[in-house]
Design a protein around this ligand. Structure first.
Ligand code: SF4
Ligand code: SF4
Length: 118
């Protein structure tokens, strides 16, 4: 759910270009454009609000794209996973814990079923 620039409103002042912490804003064929792969909505930066939206003199040049639940979910997931320093250990632990819980539940269910049949 990156921000995007409404080109019809943009007056090419370049302010957003200078304030974006991830260099997500580019000028393509003379039009300002936000690379959705680079835009983080300013989350994780020192800023508390999206800088392009906050500074745009048109007050409506940079707007949030319509939200898509799964797009947002995967974007957050990828951001969090990218920050993990020891990914292999993390997934090993996750898998062990998940397998253990799953096998406990399975055994519990099997013993309940056998008890009901007896
Ligand atoms: S700050 Fe607003 S008007 Fe200025 S270049 Fe960016 S989108 Fe266009
Ligand atoms: S929301 Fe933040 S990261 Fe995204 S384009 Fe605007 S200034 Fe850059």
């Amino acid at each position: 759910m990156a921000y995007q620039i409404l080109t019809s409103q943009c007056i090419s002042c370049n302010l957003c270009l200078t304030v974006c912490p991830t260099n997500a804003i580019k000028v393509v064929d003379g039009q300002h454009w936000i690379d959705p792969e680079l835009c983080t909505n300013c989350v994780g930066s020192i800023h508390t609000v999206p800088q392009c939206k906050a500074g745009c003199p048109t007050c409506n040049g940079c707007v949030k794209q319509p939200s898509d639940y799964w797009e947002g979910w995967f974007a957050n997931y990828n951001r969090v996973v990218a920050k993990l320093t020891n990914k292999q250990d993390y997934w090993e632990l996750w898998f062990q814990s998940y397998s253990q819980k799953y096998s406990e539940q399975l055994q519990k269910r099997q013993s309940q079923t056998m008890g009901a049949e007896a």
